[in-house]
Ligand binder design. Structure first.
Ligand code: HEM
Length: 406
């Protein structure tokens, strides 16, 4: 359990009771080195209140139960997306479309976004997804060892994405670095500087593609229509920046967690090798067990929630981990059970902003597992190898050393 700070004489906002205060940094949760999701579970210790407040990152609330996390995601009338990241001063300088827009203005933007990520659109790129998986796995297949993050998961969504949006190879490392600074800042620049730099990079793409025919996803978004009109340059930049941030780090990290599980649970691995048709269901259960996204919200008016008085302008961070692993919601939540009747989860969120990329993400995850297990059916953690984790708005598995017989 995190240290309760009540006795530490910090100046609390008048609506924060001292017995709700915890020492919690979303970018570096205590004990994250022993597992990202495991670290977050400290906020569901038996004596933990259902709403807690941390002074870190400008001070914000954290709902600790699945029920409250779901309520926050679903209730845009009381919880606004205007502030999506902490600290608030940084979060409110981001204006990405449509994550920072509340309904009803949010809706037309989602229509444009969704139209590029439908199951039909995703099926069109499945060949490319499969080819990318094979390109990454075949060269290492006979090596008998690799760091999965370095060789596969960090490359896989990046290569797919750059092909789908038609980005030149030499720009990719810069984009990847900026996306990581956004979700897991290392302190080299402020959140505002990261966002400005990312937008400047994206602007060069928008300027070339705006008003031109192109069937890559960026061209289709940039030249799309909202409210019966074309997008403004700034709107196109804000939307493309978001799609890039949202689609890279998430798939990379989730895939790492899924492979960590399979490397350490031979029976689960054997089941998927023997029964390829079980992979989509297994992906769903792994999604439930390994949520990675934390989302900020700003309180829109004064009201009571989770036993505390929220004030207009307060900020919350809702953790999808605290939904997927809440034992009040799931039996034996830490167990991965491919036979579970329904793997209900919020790993892709809920409510108006629920992930529009979920079809693409599921397809990428299923295909990556199919192609890996086809070529490398038996694998384990490298003896003495270290699996490392870090916190952030997207939780991360940073290294996964694997070995297999050759
Ligand atoms: C395992 C992979 C992924 C996970 C776990 C994930 C998770 C999420 C979550 C939890 C949200 C909701 C955030 C909120 O309401 O605060 C979200 C939104 C979003 N995701 Fe994903 N995502 C994944 C992959 C992708 C991919 C591949 C794309 C695009 C190509 C994508 C694009 C987006 C966008 C654009 C939004 C914002 C939607 C809006 O504001 O209406 N995501 N994602």
């Amino acid at each position: 359990m995190p240290a309760m700070l009540a006795e530490l004489k910090i100046d609390l906002p008048e609506n924060v009771p001292a017995d709700r205060v915890v020492d919690w940094n979303v970018y570096a949760p205590p004990h994250v080195e022993s597992g990202f999701q495991e670290a977050w579970l400290a906020l569901q210790a038996p004596d933990m209140p259902e709403m807690v407040w941390t002074p870190k990152n400008g001070g914000h609330w954290i709902p600790t139960t699945a029920e409250l996390v779901l309520a926050v995601f679903e209730d845009h009338e009381r919880f606004s997306n205007r502030v999506y990241a902490v600290p608030k001063e940084g979060g409110e300088k981001q204006n990405m479309i449509p994550i920072n827009i509340d309904p009803p203005e949010h809706h037309p933007w989602r229509i444009l976004l969704n139209s590029n990520l439908t199951p039909r659109e995703v099926r069109k790129v499945e060949g490319l997804v499969r080819q990318t998986a094979i390109e990454l796995i075949e060269p290492i297949q006979h090596d008998g060892q690799c760091d999965f993050v370095e060789m596969v998961s960090s490359q896989f969504p990046l290569r797919i994405f750059t092909r789908i949006v038609d980005l030149a190879g030499e720009r990719v490392p810069r984009f990847k670095w900026l996306v990581e600074q956004f979700t897991r800042p290392d302190g080299t620049q402020t959140m505002e500087e990261t966002f400005t730099a990312l937008k400047e990079e994206i602007a060069t793409i928008v300027d070339v593609r705006m008003g031109k025919d192109g069937d890559d996803m960026f061209s289709k978004l940039i030249n799309g229509e909202v409210h019966g009109r074309n997008l403004l340059r700034e709107e196109a930049i804000q939307m493309c920046a978001l799609v890039m941030i949202a689609g890279l780090d998430t798939v990379q990290n989730f895939l790492g967690f899924a492979m960590w599980h399979l490397a350490t649970h031979p029976q689960d691995r054997a089941k998927l090798v023997a029964e390829k048709s079980a992979i989509p269901g297994a992906v769903e259960e792994l999604l439930r067990r390994f949520p990675i996204v934390m989302s900020g919200r700003e309180v829109r008016k004064d009201f009571k929630f989770g036993g505390v008085q929220l004030k207009k302008g307060d900020v919350l961070v809702a953790s999808t981990v605290l939904h997927g692993l809440d034992q009040r919601m799931h039996d034996a939540p830490m167990e991965v059970d491919f036979e579970r009747k329904r793997s209900v989860h919020m790993t892709f969120g809920a409510g108006p902003h629920m992930c529009p990329g979920a079809n693409l993400a599921r397809s990428e995850l299923r295909i990556a597992l199919e192609e890996w297990l086809e070529r490398i059916p038996e694998f384990a953690l490298a003896p003495g190898g270290k699996v490392t984790f870090s916190g952030g708005l997207t939780g991360s598995l940073e290294s996964l050393p694997l070995v297999w017989p050759i």
